[in-house]
Design a protein around this ligand. Structure first.
Ligand SMILES: [Fe+2]
Length: 213
């Protein structure tokens, strides 16, 4: 017997690994760390979260400018390959920008948000200790996810919660993340950085917004 299995209304999440030798990784991280030392809670965004990030504040003369030129070229190549995995109705061009970086120490977090006004967004984990740092938590926007545990508790127990194909039954999902991963998601995926519990190294990421033309 042959059969098919499609995921309908599921979010495509793309992941690749960026070669750490393909750009000035040490310099980018050291500039971010210098900025972190200037103000651990650089947050010109929501007034609630506790983290250091550059959104809405890139032109603040108090902080060092980060040279993203090499990374931009690396992302250009990676994204053009990753976006070949979608089916399009015609010729399609990818536009993107580096819109933020974040650096978090112990107890720091970024509240739930989405990158509205764009088609996709991406996160590059340039310093990430997979044993001690916590990955980005993606939140389900499907209405049933809030009460699925109460309505069908047995089903929730039966489904292997380590397989992303079962994520439709869960309220949130954390991808296995390694340093140098680049994860792309549609802009409609709400996400957050949970409170970090590790002090030895900082969790550092770069964020991109992506639009198709
Ligand atoms: Fe984000």
């Amino acid at each position: 017997m042959s059969f098919t299995k499609d995921i309908v209304f599921g979010f495509p999440i793309l992941k690749t690994s960026i070669d750490p030798k393909s750009y000035n990784k040490k310099k980018v991280i050291s500039t971010i760390k210098k900025n972190y030392k200037i103000d651990q809670n650089r947050n010109n965004w929501d007034g609630r979260s506790n983290l250091h990030h550059g959104h809405n504040d890139f032109n603040n003369p108090k902080f060092h400018k980060i040279n993203f030129d090499e990374l931009f070229e690396v992302y250009k190549k990676a994204l053009s390959e990753m976006f070949e995995s979608f089916s399009y109705t015609g010729k399609t061009k990818i536009n993107f920008g580096i819109i933020n970086y974040s650096c978090l120490g112990k107890t720091q977090y970024m509240d739930t948000h989405l990158h509205s006004g764009n088609d996709f967004n991406a996160i590059h984990y340039i310093q990430f200790d997979e044993k001690n740092h916590t990955g980005t938590q993606l939140e389900s926007s499907q209405a049933h996810s809030k009460f699925a545990h109460n309505l069908r508790p047995n089903l929730v127990k039966k489904l292997d919660n380590t397989k992303s194909e079962n994520s439709w039954m869960f309220d949130d999902w954390t991808f296995d993340t390694k340093e140098d991963d680049l994860i792309v998601m549609p802009c409609f995926v709400r996400h957050r950085i949970p409170k970090q519990n590790f002090n030895k190294t900082h969790r550092i990421t770069i964020a991109l917004d992506i639009n198709l033309e």
